[in-house]
Design a protein around this ligand. Structure first.
Ligand code: NAG
Ligand code: NAG
Ligand code: NAG
Ligand code: NAG
Length: 344
């Protein structure tokens, strides 16, 4: 209890500090700039970004991801009995994508680089197999990107969306809400309260903390005024958030755009990873991987090959932009997801 109070206190005082810094940095001028966060270990800062208007990336800092990976334990029995075999069409997709990737399977800097650069082309070549008839993916645009989502075949079913990193922009969520005929629940988390809370609470529930692989106080990169700055802010693990706070175990779509924190979340999605171990199902996921250094490229490479090896998520609709890569994952290894979204 005591601990929680301290966390809350810290959260409040940090929010106050952030608001104060906002004012200092000419908050009004930058009201429409997106505000995102990144969970990093700061080793050293270089020059802050120059003060021209365009802020679409965090400043270049020399970062090292905090050591908090949950390596799936081979000996742990999976609690979600996912012996479910994906449908034939998924195997066709898999057989299409694998031959172009297998030569790059070994993890080394050259292959990690190759995957980061060339995966999009290979994905695009195969996605028609699943997207022509089996699933109908719709686009939901916000101010700087497009989120993908399949609407439920039975439109009366509940849709549960989680947004990690609200970034002052809820246009895609609102567009999706308009398209949904049935009930929906939107849960958004961002360590910055200003603007995000007000916007998100109009249609969903806003949570004022970062979400990462683990709970704790972490140095996050947040945009304050026009500049990204590092702030020590409360972070909650994704599993704790879903299981203990939301108390749900079925997520229709999770939108991950948290400026670097995504790399440590990759292992969550693997077979026998944190989600499986907690019986949490994710049907769809919009994932943005941000400006990787070599270690992040290695993590990305590992994530892609393990995901392909799991034969659960299809990798679709890549977008390479600036130094980011957006991919869209659809779960073909879960019966409930398939019934809800796929025409088989
Ligand atoms: C994948 O491999 C096939 C067969 O070798 C080739 O024709 C095709 O161009 C490759 N696609 C990409 C995106 O590299
Ligand atoms: C998907 O549809 C497009 C357009 O009709 C077609 O060109 C393409 O060959 C189809 N792809 C597959 C794998 O069926
Ligand atoms: C956050 O960053 C500050 C400044 O670099 C450092 O002193 C502190 O140890 C960091 N805290 C955590 C929890 O990483
Ligand atoms: C796992 O979740 C499903 C619903 O998604 C439920 O039917 C099942 O009983 C749960 N299993 C365990 C072991 O909690």
């Amino acid at each position: 209890m005591q601990c929680r109070n301290i966390l809350v206190q810290l959260g409040i005082s940090t929010a106050v500090l952030v608001i104060f810094l906002f004012v200092q940095n000419g908050y009004e001028n930058s009201i429409r700039k997106s505000l995102k966060f990144m969970q990093i270990q700061v080793n050293q800062f270089q020059e802050a970004i120059n003060s021209n208007d365009k802020v679409d990336q965090p400043p270049k800092v020399d970062i090292e991801l905090q050591k908090q990976d949950k390596v799936p334990n081979e000996n742990l029995p999976s609690r979600s009995k996912s012996n479910f075999n994906p449908p034939q069409i998924f195997h066709e997709w898999h057989n299409c994508i694998m031959p172009n990737l297998t030569n790059y399977r070994e993890e080394n800097p050259t292959n990690n680089d190759w995957i980061w650069k060339n995966l999009p082309k290979v994905m695009q070549q195969c996605q028609g197999i699943l997207m022509n008839d089996t699933i109908k993916v719709d686009d939901f645009r916000n101010n700087d990107e497009t989120k993908r989502h399949i609407l439920p075949l039975n439109e009366d079913e509940l849709t549960t969306i989680i947004t990690l990193g609200v970034g002052r922009d809820t246009v895609a969520e609102e567009n999706l809400l308009k398209a949904l005929k049935g009930p929906s629940k939107f849960y958004g988390a961002d360590p910055i309260y200003e603007i995000n809370a007000e916007k998100y609470n109009k249609f969903g529930t806003f949570f004022n903390f970062g979400i990462g692989a683990e709970s704790g106080m972490f140095n996050l990169s947040v945009l304050i005024g026009r500049d990204y700055a590092i702030r020590l802010l409360p972070t909650i693990s994704l599993v704790h958030f879903v299981k203990d706070i939301l108390k749900i175990n079925f997520i229709d779509d999770i939108w991950i755009d948290n400026e670097g924190a995504e790399y440590n979340l990759f292992p969550y999605f693997l077979k026998d990873g944190e989600l499986d171990r907690n019986n949490i199902t994710v049907c769809q996921c919009n994932l943005e991987a941000h400006s990787p250094n070599n270690e992040m490229k290695r993590k990305f490479h590992e994530f892609i090959f393990q995901t392909l090896n799991d034969k659960r998520y299809a990798l679709l609709l890549p977008v390479s932009i600036a130094s980011h890569l957006r991919i869209y994952l659809v779960n073909f290894g879960n019966e409930k997801c398939l019934k809800k979204y796929a025409k088989l």
